[in-house]
Design a protein around this ligand. Structure first.
Ligand code: GLN
Length: 245
């Protein structure tokens, strides 16, 4: 009799242990972002980071059974923080060769292009017009790398893109180079003063956003699986409609 009770107790204990291990529901996925890049990430009215990327990563986390915890930091600090301070980063981050030396990227989730913001009365309209100009951009971004390639350009970098737009309106810059969707948001916000010009007119090349993960991490496959489901079941398009279009 004693033996049967003991066996049953052992069985019960291992069952509850198994249940404990199987539930990853409360495991946190710490996600770094820079909430200065609308509509992908910004600080919402409630003071919390919101935007397309935030909604997307929460949906991915849900499907991975992980609770997403957002850490807001400088864009320029994100890549080095992946695998240390944060598990992964989502920040409208363009896949590029240099970043790939430090992180592994998920599948691409969005096509982007650099745009040019200028004052409404500016004559800048094509690539050659940007030569020898003072150009603002966000520090460590592909907009900055693009500006640095322009002949004779005096490049000024800011931690927040909106500060570059403010300096443009204050007359300290001739143009700001930044990704299309944020450019459209800022141009819309200050539409009495500035306009956003299509990067195709400047011969800029398309870029692709992806999620930065630690090198060699199993997270990449899990994230890609969730991302694929989200695209296939229409959730992705719903988020695009809600936040971008
Ligand atoms: N897509 C650009 C990059 O990856 C800008 C991203 C951002 O400013 N959040 O550099």
């Amino acid at each position: 009799m004693k033996k049967i009770v003991a066996v049953m107790l052992t069985a019960l204990m291992s069952l509850s242990l198994l249940a404990g291990c199987g539930s990853s529901e409360n495991k946190a996925l710490v996600v770094g972002t820079n909430a200065e890049f609308p509509p992908f990430e910004y600080v919402g009215d409630d003071g919390q980071p919101d935007g397309f990327d935030i909604a997307l990563i929460k949906e991915i986390g849900k499907r991975m059974g992980m609770e997403v915890q957002i850490e807001n930091m400088d864009f320029n600090a994100l890549v080095a923080a992946v695998g240390n301070k944060i598990d992964i980063a989502i920040a409208g981050m363009t896949v590029d060769e240099e970043r790939k030396q430090s992180v592994d990227f998920s599948d691409n989730y969005y096509e982007a292009l650099q745009y040019v913001i200028v004052m409404k009365d500016s004559e800048i309209a094509a690539a050659a017009d940007l030569e020898n100009k003072t150009i603002g951009c966000q520090l460590g971004t592909t907009g900055m790398f693009t500006a640095e390639e322009i002949n004779g350009a005096d490049v000024k970098s800011y931690n927040k893109a909106v500060d570059a737009v403010n300096d443009l309106m204050n007359g300290r810059l001739d143009a700001v180079i930044i990704d299309k969707n944020p450019a459209q948001v800022f141009a819309g916000k200050f539409s009495d003063k500035v306009k956003a010009l299509d990067g195709a007119d400047f011969e800029f090349e398309p870029e692709y956003y992806a999620i930065a993960c630690p090198k060699g991490s199993a997270l990449v496959a899990d994230i890609n699986k969730a991302l694929k489901e989200i695209k296939e079941d229409g959730t992705f398009d719903k988020l695009v409609n809600q936040y971008i279009e």
